[in-house]
Write a protein that binds this ligand. Structure first.
Ligand code: F6P
Length: 540
C-alpha cells in the first residue's frame, strides 16, 4: 500500500507548509476579524475554538483532502459496522457498541451485540443498586463501605479518571480506591485504613492473566482471609470483570460474580464496559447511563458530520499537522478543572498505546512521524511549573485547554480567576509580546530579549457548560475518535499493543533470578550486574 507521504495530497500539504510556516497568528487574526468566531464548532455539548492554530482555510482544505484520500470515511464505516479492523489481532473494534442505545443492531460474526451489551449493563445496575443501598452485605453482615478496583492500564486509568472527574455526583458514603502498581506500597497504602468486613474488591482485567493485577488480587484475598478466616467470604467480597471466564474460575471467583465484556473492546477503550463498574458504583446506574449518552452523542457526530465540521476529525488532523510538518513531538493537555486531574494520565494510554506504532497495517516501516507524546497537568498548577518552556522554549508544543463555564464548587471568585487564567494562557501563547512592546514599557535594553514572547504557539480551547457525566463521555469519545482519525491517515493499527510484550517476557525471566540459588545469568553485562547487585543487597 502507498505510504501516506507518497500521496499527492501529502505533497500538496508539504508545499503549502513551506508557504505558511512563517505566518504569525497575529497576522492571521488581523486579516480576518471573524476568525475567532468562524473557526469554532459545537458538538455533543462541547464547544471547540480552533482559531488559534497556524492554519489558513487552504490548510484545512488540504488536511481534509488528505483524510479523504486516506479513506477516512470508509474506515469510520468499517469500525461502526464491526469489521475486523484490528487486523493484527483479528478483531472488530466496537467500543462504540458499548454506548449504543437498546434496540440498535451491530453485528459481529452475524450476531447482534447490542442486546448483550445491555444485558451486562442491567446486571451491573442491579449489583450497583444492591451495594449502594446496603442490601449487598459483606460476609459478616456489614454493608459495603469501601470499593477497591484492582486493575492496570485500561482496567485502571479510565475508571480512576472517571471516578475523580465525577466525584461531584458520586455517593460520598462509598470510599473508592484504585490499586494498579505491582509495587506492594500501592496495595498497602490503599487498604491500610479499610475494614475488610466492609470492603469489596473489583478485580478488573480483560485477560485475567496480567501479572500486576493477579498479584494484587492474590494479596487482596490473603488480606481478606487474614481477617475473616473463611474461604466462603471471598464470594461476598470479590467480583471479577473480565472477558476470560476460565481464568476467573481458576482464580477462585465464582463466575456468578463476574461481569463480562468482549474481545472487540480494547483495554484502553473499555471504561464504558463492565470495566466501568467502579464508576457505576460511584455515580449510580443513572449517572453511568448519562455518561454513555454523552459518548454516544459524540459517536454519532463523528459518524455523520461532514469532516470539515467534525470535531474529532479536526482535532486529529490539527495534531497531525504539527507532528508531521512543524516537528512538534508532544501535545500538552491542560484541563482547567481539578476534577480532571487524572485526565492527562488517562489520555496517555489512549493516545500513546494506540498510535505509538512504526509500521503500517501491511508491516512496512513508516517514513513519517506517528503518535505524539501526550502529557499535562491541571491548570493553574502547570503555569507555575512547565508553561515557561511552552511560552519561551525552543520547542513547539500544541496545547489543548479544557475548561467549564460553571464550577461545581463556586467559591467566591475562584472560578472567574481560574477561567481568566485559561483564556490568558491561550492568548499569550498565540500572540505573545513583541520586543517593541516590551521596550515600550521601559524595560532595560539588555532585558528585552528575555522578556519577549514570540507567540505563534497553537492551541485548542474546549469549553462545556459544566463537567457532567454526559460531558465527560463526549470528551473521552472526542479523543478516542481523534486518535482513530490519525491512525487512518498514518495507516497504522491503533488497536493492538505488541510493544508492551517484550518487557513482560523479560520480567518473567528475571523474577526467578532475583532469589534462590545463584542462577547462571545470560543477559547483557549491565543487566547481569544490576541483578547481582540486587541479589547481594537482599542477602543472596
Ligand atoms: O500491557 C498493556 C495492556 O495489555 C493494556 O493494553 C491493558 O489495558 C492492560 O495491559 C491491562 O490488561 P488487562 O485488562 O488484560 O489486565
Amino acid at each position: 500500500m502507498t505510504l501516506v507521504t507518497q500521496r499527492p495530497e501529502w505533497g500538496q500539504l508539504a508545499a503549502h507548509y513551506g508557504a505558511v510556516k512563517e505566518l504569525h497568528l497575529r497576522e492571521l487574526f488581523a486579516q480576518d476579524a471573524t476568525r475567532g468566531e468562524r473557526l469554532t464548532l459545537t458538538a455533543a455539548g462541547l464547544f471547540l475554538d480552533y482559531s488559534k492554530h497556524r492554519i489558513t482555510d487552504e490548510t484545512l482544505g488540504l488536511l481534509l483532502n488528505l483524510a479523504d484520500a486516506c479513506g477516512l470515511r470508509a474506515a469510520i464505516d468499517a469500525m461502526f459496522a464491526g469489521q475486523t479492523i484490528n487486523t493484527t489481532e483479528g478483531r472488530a473494534v466496537l467500543h462504540v457498541a458499548l454506548r449504543t442505545p437498546r434496540g440498535a443492531t451491530i453485528l459481529v460474526d452475524g450476531e447482534n451485540v447490542v442486546p448483550q451489551v445491555h444485558a451486562v449493563l442491567e446486571r451491573m445496575a442491579a449489583f450497583s443498586n444492591q451495594v449502594r443501598s446496603g442490601e449487598w452485605k459483606g460476609f459478616t453482615g456489614k454493608p459495603i463501605r469501601n470499593v477497591v478496583n484492582i486493575g492496570i492500564g485500561g482496567s485502571d486509568l479510565g475508571p480512576v479518571m472517571a471516578y475523580e472527574a465525577l466525584r461531584q455526583v458520586s455517593d460520598r458514603n462509598l470510599t473508592l480506591r484504585f490499586v494498579s502498581n505491582i509495587d506492594g506500597t500501592d496495595f498497602a497504602e490503599a487498604t491500610r485504613d479499610l475494614d475488610p468486613q466492609e470492603t469489596l474488591f473489583l478485580v478488573a482485567s480483560k485477560t485475567f492473566t496480567t501479572l500486576e493485577t493477579m498479584t494484587n488480587a492474590r494479596t487482596a484475598r490473603a488480606w481478606l482471609l487474614a481477617a475473616l478466616a473463611d474461604e466462603a467470604s471471598v464470594a461476598r467480597h470479590f467480583v471479577a470483570i473480565s472477558t476470560n471466564a476460565k481464568e476467573v474460575s481458576a482464580f477462585g471467583i465464582d463466575t456468578n460474580n463476574m461481569f463480562g465484556f468482549w474481545d472487540w473492546v480494547g483495554g484502553r477503550y473499555s471504561m464504558d464496559s463492565a470495566i466501568g463498574l467502579s464508576t457505576m458504583l460511584a455515580i449510580g446506574p443513572e449517572g453511568f447511563g448519562r455518561m454513555l449518552a454523552g459518548f454516544h452523542a459524540m459517536d454519532e457526530h463523528f459518524r455523520t458530520a461532514p469532516f470539515g465540521q467534525n470535531m474529532p476529525v479536526l482535532l486529529g488532523l490539527l495534531n497531525l499537522w504539527y507532528g508531521e510538518f512543524f516537528d512538534a513531538d508532544t501535545v500538552a493537555v491542560l484541563p482547567y478543572d481539578q476534577y480532571l486531574k487524572r485526565f492527562p494520565a488517562y489520555l496517555q494510554q489512549l493516545t500513546m498505546e494506540s498510535n505509538g506504532k512504526r509500521v503500517t497495517h501491511s508491516g512496512e516501516p513508516v517514513d513519517y512521524q506517528t503518535g505524539a507524546i501526550f502529557w499535562g497537568e491541571p491548570g493553574t498548577n502547570g503555569q507555575h511549573s512547565f508553561y515557561q518552556l511552552i511560552h519561551q522554549g525552543t520547542k513547539l508544543i500544541p496545547c489543548d485547554f479544557i475548561g467549564f463555564l460553571h464550577s461545581h464548587n463556586p467559591l467566591g471568585a475562584h472560578h472567574d480567576m481560574l477561567m481568566a487564567n485559561m483564556f490568558a494562557q491561550a492568548e499569550a501563547l498565540a500572540f505573545g509580546k513583541t520586543a517593541q512592546e516590551v521596550a515600550a514599557e521601559g524595560t532595560k535594553a539588555e532585558l528585552v530579549p528575555h522578556r519577549t514572547f514570540p507567540g505563534n504557539r497553537p492551541s485548542n480551547t474546549i469549553l462545556a457548560e459544566r463537567l457532567t457525566p454526559e460531558v465527560l463521555g463526549a470528551l473521552v469519545a472526542l479523543y478516542e475518535h481523534s486518535v482513530f482519525t490519525q491512525s487512518v491517515v498514518w495507516d497504522i493499527n491503533a488497536f493492538d499493543q505488541w510493544g508492551v510484550e517484550l518487557g513482560k517476557v523479560l520480567a518473567q525471566r528475571i523474577i526467578p533470578e532475583l532469589s534462590g540459588p545463584e542462577p547462571e545469568l545470560r543477559h547483557d553485562s549491565s543487566t547481569n550486574s544490576l541483578i547481582r547487585r540486587y541479589r547481594a543487597a537482599r542477602g543472596g
